[in-house]
Design a protein around this ligand. Structure first.
Ligand code: G16
Length: 535
């Protein structure tokens, strides 16, 4: 077959480094950029097969998101803009590691009964890393080797590419598959919301989000005033800035001075995560992470649904990292359904699809809102009903606007920011009032380097370790030493480390527990380098 000859010919230009093994992890492939050329070419092949298989456009985003500048990676996007189906992740890993590429390729074609004469379309985007241009070219080479059509969107945020894929496959029903279409849809949703808000300062993590906030500004009128810092003009991507740094370090990014009481937010390197923060009059730093965002959004939506008289089921999906106070508040005060999913947006998204309206957020600020088709229909019908009272009308229109502002394909820092700002404006709520809704339990996240992170295996939505032997018993006995304590360990799917999470009644206890659990990981799971030191 001519296509296979072309693959063979082209693959010589994208050789696999000997002995290298990659895994399709939490959000795709991710490692040092110098090891990725062959994998990018091969993922171009896989995306083309997936497109033929689904008879729809597939997306490939070249990014390593929150990882350092020297890393890169790729996220594959399925037809409705969601992360690629887990069943295909196995193929991605197989293909990336194949020594005999054609045999693995033919095997996938046979197993999935793919019709190779079916047309294929792949959308490609990239972040601002210096390696992204060459790696996205390798993806495009892979697509053309299998005779697929491609559209290169160039520099876009990850959620923008997810949006484009969904627009294309819904034939424009979701929106127009252009950047202009994206900004217009989001900004059209906010246009009637904003009033009297003070300046919002945005940390762009020196990445793509900064460029795109600039681009969006011309679509906003006076609804929102944004001051952008860490915009990539001098600092390094994700270095001492960005959502991951702020969340994990629990401190402000470098690159600017914070004024007490003002609102700040940080994006991550591909703008699919956002966290908010401020300092109080005593200079104390306060973080409003994904849990606080989920609470704000779900409360707002629940109130609007009640005002609109719509009986729709609202749920919040979190992960094991969710602060215990947030789960307690949502279940006991807000009385919403709460579900716990494994880390990774694909797991949260899937769990959220079971409900009429579901807010899903990871504590790290990755999340969005999903409306079922039936819920959207009910909201739109009500908004157009001439026989309802003003309160119902207002609520229905606000819900309709929310559907436009929200990027329902995946977490989106720009869209989440617009929605959060709208909620604060409508409720006349300051960032301090939002923060005061419930008090977070003090917590700490640490990383432990081990020889092979797969030594740790987990169950129960990653809340319990099943290996190595003795790990969970040790965690349990350490947790028992502290009040209101909880801790768990899990291997990262994006970095070569094990993550440790601990929370307790005081910061000292959370720090001590996190340290003791880190030591246990180091000793039981093959730690490398220096033993973890107390904080
Ligand atoms: C990715 C995923 C997130 C996940 C994060 C950390 O984020 O999309 O769902 O929470 O990695 O994952 P892990 O703990 O397995 O390393 P991003 O923003 O880096 O793409």
């Amino acid at each position: 077959m001519a296509q296979f000859q072309e693959v063979e010919k082209q693959s010589i230009m994208h050789p696999k480094p000997p002995g290298l093994t990659l895994h399709y992890g939490t959000a795709g492939l991710r490692t040092n950029a110098k090891h990725l050329d062959h994998a990018m070419f091969r993922m171009g092949l896989l995306a083309t097969l997936r497109s033929k298989n689904t008879k729809a456009t597939i997306g490939v985003m070249v990014t390593a998101s929150h990882n350092p500048e020297e890393d890169n990676g790729l996220k594959l996007i399925d037809p409705m803009g969601e992360m690629m189906a887990p069943a295909w992740e196995h193929y991605a890993t197989q293909l990336a590691n194949a020594d005999d590429l054609l045999t693995v390729l033919k095997d996938i074609i046979e197993k999935e009964a793919i019709n190779m004469s079916q047309e294929a379309n792949v959308f490609v985007g990239k972040d601002t890393r210096s390696s992204s241009a060459r790696l996205s070219q390798a993806v495009l080479d892979g697509v053309s080797a299998l005779d697929g059509h491609s559209k290169d969107y160039g520099l876009v945020t990850t959620p923008q590419l997810h949006y484009m894929v969904r627009c294309q496959n819904t034939k424009g029903k979701y929106g127009e598959a252009t950047l202009d279409g994206y900004y217009s849809k989001l900004c059209q949703g906010v246009v009637c919301y904003f009033y009297d808000q003070k300046l919002l300062s945005v940390d762009g993590a020196n990445g793509i989000g900064a460029l795109k906030v600039r681009e969006m500004e011309s679509h906003l009128k006076k609804e929102l005033q944004i001051s952008l810092f860490n915009d990539g003009s001098q600092g390094k991507l994700n270095y001492q800035c960005g959502a991951d740094f702020v969340k994990v370090q629990q401190k402000p990014p470098t690159g600017f001075k914070m004024n007490p009481g003002e609102r700040y937010c940080s994006f991550d390197g591909d703008a699919d995560r956002i966290v908010y923060y401020y300092t109080d009059s005593e200079g104390q730093f306060h973080l409003l992470d994904g849990d606080k965002i989920a609470t704000l959004m779900s409360t707002f939506l629940k109130e609007l649904l009640e005002q609109a008289g719509l009986n729709l089921k609202v749920a919040v999906v979190q992960t094991a990292y969710a602060n215990g106070s947030s789960t307690h508040y949502l279940e006991n005060t807000m009385k919403v359904i709460v579900r716990c999913a494994k880390t990774g947006v694909k797991h949260l998204h899937h769990a959220a699809q079971e409900f009429d309206v579901a807010v899903y957020f990871e504590s790290n600020g990755h999340g969005t809102v999903l409306f079922s088709e039936a819920a959207e229909e009910k909201i739109c019908q009500l908004a157009e009903d001439p026989n309802i009272n003003d309160e119902k009308k207002r609520a229905a229109l606000l819900l309709q606007n929310t559907i436009n502002v929200i990027n329902q394909t995946v977490g989106d820092a720009i869209s989440d920011m617009l929605f959060i700002e709208a909620i604060l404006a409508i409720k006349g709520m300051s960032v301090q009032q939002w923060d005061a809704v419930y008090a977070d339990l003090p917590n700490r996240q640490l990383k432990v380097k081990v020889a092979d992170r797969r030594a740790i295996d987990t169950t129960d939505a990653e809340r319990r370790a099943v290996s190595p032997p003795g790990m969970q018993d040790t965690v349990d006995s350490l947790v028992n030493k502290y009040k209101q304590a909880r801790s768990f360990v899990r291997p990262s799917g994006t970095e070569d480390i094990v993550r440790v999470y601990a929370e307790a009644d005081t910061q000292e206890s959370a720090d001590a527990l996190a340290h003791e659990v880190s030591l246990a990981v180091y000793r039981l799971a093959g730690g490398v380098g220096e033993e973890p030191k107390p904080l």
